[in-house]
Design a protein around this ligand. Structure first.
Ligand SMILES: Nc1ncnc2c1ncn2[C@@H]1O[C@H](COP(=O)(O)OP(=O)(O)OP(=O)(O)O)[C@@H](O)[C@H]1O
Ligand SMILES: [Mg+2]
Length: 586
């Protein structure tokens, strides 16, 4: 309008200039001034028009209705109802752009109908073609107008509820929110675009979109990182002293089937899946478990010609014992699931369950009343399910195998039991040799005596301390065991020896030598027989594996007697004073 008016004014002005007498310069000047003034006014008007348009736009935006926020679930592959050109106009409001109708009808290649959720409800919605489709992926937040058409998108929300994944379905969908196996409840959610490829495991947590249908973010379970993966230290078999029989049996029952599966298959011999190591504390069960993992991996890598990594799952029985109903079962399931996953990745998997009797107790035994008795059957079922997997080995350890439910130990489950017993004299020599190795500084006088021959000096020391430990006299008397048949046994130091104790003796003796070296730096100091003897005596007095009192249950775990044969146990030696007063009672 402004343009039309001003051009008319200029036209009139042109006419006036034409007809004005040329000999009247004053008049001509006025006309020229009028033209300039008109021009500047026109410019002002144009500017204010522009401003007005901007204000108008802002006003429209502010007064237009708010958009709802929904969640994009997916494109509809096939239109549920074929939409004809005649029917479509009802939706015209939602589709302000021309040409969308054609898209709609021929929309097979580029679907325009989306499945969205707004609050509790789901909608099949039209999508404004101006909205960039790249941003419309499962889980995106979308703006939805009055007609429930998608007219825009928003950046992803950063909050929402967390929920635990209880199962991952074969097609990738997640079952969430039901923790207890066998219990009802829970629901299935989809994965958002970002989680399409994520490795989600049961027990992990996911953040859901506000509608609760789509998992948007994944949080790995802390616990599984805590105790599932443990790097096995380098423990070749020669780092384990003695235990020839146990090591031999392990190599025969675990290593051979793994290394020569074809031979075992030919003889239709099923490889051993599980093995139980039992025996008194500190004699190397855990050590042998780790050594098995390490050595087997070495052998397997050599055999297959490729680097195979082991996956050592160190599981402590008491740790997974949980008073919450179903929680222990959930952890057992998770352990086996992780094992299967890792085995499929091509790793050698070791499930190493320490103190297994705590979780796998005989169902009727009363000590842990609070554990539900479904753990054992579930464990057995999981174990049976492992049969088809070649590279999984299960090892249990226990000080009290008599407490483990017989169902676990029956053939085809854990059918090999290996005793990891106390070291005999020869084994003790070997174990001491491992810890008092040839780089440890020895007593200079002793070395001089052997003309600097370290190995001879070591031999004298080691044999010396073993002689001391194996003596049977008043000094090495340690425990009296009264048997049910009326007889009694006196146990000496050697009867309670263990690898851990021998290692401790060496460590203690080294500390004595270290103290001397610090006190007198000019004097060359090294481990002597005196250090070792003193260390041995101190160990038996102070070692914390020996129970402080005479609680029978605690002592029985340490002894090699069948518990049912033992009537009572009395410590002597360190407790000699008390023993005298108690004698009267026995
Ligand atoms: N046969 C052995 N050779 C070398 N070292 C040993 C031997 N037995 C035990 N040790 C030493 O003692 C430590 C403790 O042994 P380990 O943890 O294997 O005992 P365990 O039988 O598992 O006992 P627990 O029943 O208390 O779990 C080992 O780390 C190792 O240093
Ligand atoms: Mg152990």
């Amino acid at each position: 309008m402004a343009m039309g008016d001003s051009s008319r004014s200029f036209e009139l002005l042109d006419k006036i200039s034409e007809q004005a007498p040329k000999d009247n310069p004053r008049l001509l000047n006025y006309v020229a001034a009028l033209r300039t003034s008109l021009q500047s006014e026109q410019k002002d008007r144009e500017e204010s028009d522009k401003l007005l348009a901007e204000y108008e736009e802002a006003y429209n935006k502010l007064t237009s209705p708010a958009n709802r926020i929904g969640v994009f679930i997916g494109w509809l592959q096939e239109d549920p109802l074929p939409v004809s050109a005649e029917e479509a106009p009802a939706d015209e409001d939602a589709l302000p752009e021309e040409g969308t109708l054609a898209d709609l009808v021929g929309g097979a290649a580029k679907p325009n109908l989306a499945l969205i959720a707004v609050g509790e409800q789901e909608f099949v919605a039209q999508v404004d073609p101006k909205v960039d489709r790249l941003f419309l992926v499962a889980g995106s937040r979308v703006k939805v107008n009055d007609a429930y058409a998608v007219v825009g998108f928003l950046p992803p929300s950063r909050n929402g509820s967390m929920i635990k994944v209880s199962d991952v379905l074969a097609d990738g969908r997640l079952r969430v929110g039901s923790d207890t196996p066998g219990a009802d409840g829970g629901r299935i959610v989809m994965r958002g675009e970002l989680l399409k490829e994520a490795l989600i495991k049961a027990g992990d947590e996911v953040r859901l979109d506000p509608s609760g249908r789509i998992a948007l973010e994944h949080y790995e379970k802390q616990e599984s990182r805590d105790y599932f993966l443990e790097n096995v230290p380098v423990i070749p078999w020669d780092k384990v002293g003695g235990q020839k029989e146990a090591i031999g049996l392990i190599r025969e029952t675990i290593e051979q089937p793994l290394l020569h599966p074809e031979i075992f298959a030919r003889f239709e011999q099923k490889p051993i899946k599980g093995i139980l190591l039992y025996g008194p504390p500190g004699c190397g069960k855990t050590l042998i478990g780790k050594a098995t993992a390490y050595n087997l991996t070495q052998e397997y890598s050599k055999q297959t010609g490729k680097e195979v990594k082991e996956y050592f799952m160190a599981i402590s029985g008491p740790k997974i014992l949980n008073m919450w109903l179903g929680e222990t079962e959930r952890m057992v399931r998770e352990i086996f699931r992780t094992a299967r996953e890792k085995a499929k990745e091509g790793r050698l998997v070791f499930i190493f369950m320490d103190e297994a009797e705590s979780v796998l107790r005989t169902r009727s035994s009363g000590r842990y009343l609070n554990i539900s008795n479904t753990v054992v059957p579930q464990f057995c079922a999981e174990l049976d399910g492992l049969q088809s997997l070649e590279n999984v080995v299960l090892m249990l350890t226990s000080n009290r195998p008599d407490y483990i439910d017989p169902a676990v130990l029956r053939p085809e489950r854990i059918d090999r039991k290996v005793k990891v017993g106390r070291p005999d004299r020869d084994s003790a020599l070997q174990i001491l040799g491992i810890y008092l190795h040839d780089r440890i500084p020895l007593d200079p006088d002793l070395l001089r005596k052997w003309g600097g021959e370290v190995d001879c000096a070591r031999k004298e020391l080691i044999e010396g301390v073993v002689d001391q430990l194996w003596r049977k006299n008043r000094e090495t008397e340690f425990l009296k065991v009264f048997l049910r048949n009326g007889s009694s046994d006196t146990l000496y130091f050697k009867d309670l020896i263990s690898g851990a104790l021998l290692k401790s003796i060496v460590d203690r003796a080294k500390n004595y030598a270290i103290r001397r070296a610090i006190a007198d730096p000019n004097h060359i100091s090294g481990v002597s027989l005196e250090d070792l003897t003193r260390a041995a005596n101190e160990e038996y007095k102070e070692n914390e594996i020996f129970p402080r009192g005479d609680t029978q249950e605690d002592w029985l775990q340490l002894l090699d007697y069948a518990p049912e044969n033992v009537a009572s146990v009395k410590p002597i030696g360190a407790h000699r004073g008390e023993e005298l007063s108690r004698k009267a009672i026995v």
